[in-house]
Design a protein around this ligand. Structure first.
Ligand SMILES: C[S@@+](CC[C@H](N)C(=O)[O-])C[C@H]1O[C@@H](n2cnc3c(N)ncnc32)[C@H](O)[C@@H]1O
Length: 232
């Protein structure tokens, strides 16, 4: 039996106890969505959702973001970074001071500005030719919000603002994280990110699962695909 049909057989629950093994077979379909919540990332509700996620007291107490910050710091630390889809500034807050965020949600941009961060909506960003080139570009948890097939055309104009030799880091959620947000519409794996960046003319140097190995993707909400590339 072909690999994919074994996976489908298991996923149909005919072999319920074996469902967890399905992770070892290639993903043919998008993970099932179980989330409720705002579907439009431009809405005020979506900004409120991001705020709610960041405010959870036990996450702040345990500083659960620390390893994720270090992971980004390893590649973009000390670089003037363009944070594409910066949301309410979760990462922008920890990038170097000269870094800039762009987000198509005006309420999220407002919230970044209120924290003293530099952020723009895309039209304002592209209209401002005083911003110069960046040494790093971060695109964290954004591509899965974009319609399949549109990611390259949306990312390309931002890459034009990256200096030659600059580094790019793209992060997307794995299965469990993907199904936790109803505005997600395209499951983007590390392999897909790597192809996308290669097609955009970058040299991919790393493609890894973080913080846990890839097999934890269907169970751990915060497991991520991380791809690092360099602009020639
Ligand atoms: C899940 S949030 C991630 C925010 C931030 N990068 C982080 O990791 O905390 C996704 C963000 O991407 C933004 N976004 C989605 N499509 C976009 C687009 N075409 N241009 C700019 N921002 C976009 C949304 O408004 C939202 O703030």
């Amino acid at each position: 039996m072909a690999k994919v049909s074994i996976k489908r057989f298991i996923m149909r629950r005919q072999l319920f106890p074996l469902r967890k093994l399905a992770v070892y077979f290639p993903y043919k379909q998008q993970p099932r969505m179980s989330a409720t919540g705002p579907k439009d990332t431009r809405s005020e509700d979506y900004t409120a959702r991001l705020r709610g996620l960041q405010r959870v007291w036990w996450k702040r107490l345990l500083n659960v973001q620390a390893p994720y910050r270090r992971n980004i710091d390893r590649h973009l630390g000390g670089r003037r970074t363009l944070d594409v889809g910066c949301g309410i500034g979760r990462h922008l807050n920890h990038l170097t001071n000269e870094s800039i965020g762009v987000d198509h949600n005006p309420d999220s941009v407002e919230l970044c500005l209120a924290q003293g961060l530099r952020a723009y909506v895309p039209d304002e960003f592209f209209a401002d030719d005083t911003l110069g080139k960046f040494d790093g570009l971060l695109c964290a948890h954004v591509l899965e919000h974009l319609a399949s097939g549109t990611q390259a055309e949306i990312l390309a104009p931002y890459l034009d603002r990256l200096a030659s030799g600059g580094w790019v880091m793209v992060i997307c959620p794995q299965e469990r994280g993907y199904s936790s947000d109803s505005s997600h519409c395209d499951f983007v794996t590390g392999e897909r990110i790597a192809h996308l960046l290669t097609d955009l003319g970058l040299h991919v140097t790393l493609n890894y699962s973080f913080p846990l190995p890839r097999a934890f993707g269907p169970y751990f909400t915060h497991n991520e695909f991380c791809v690092v590339a360099r602009k020639p």
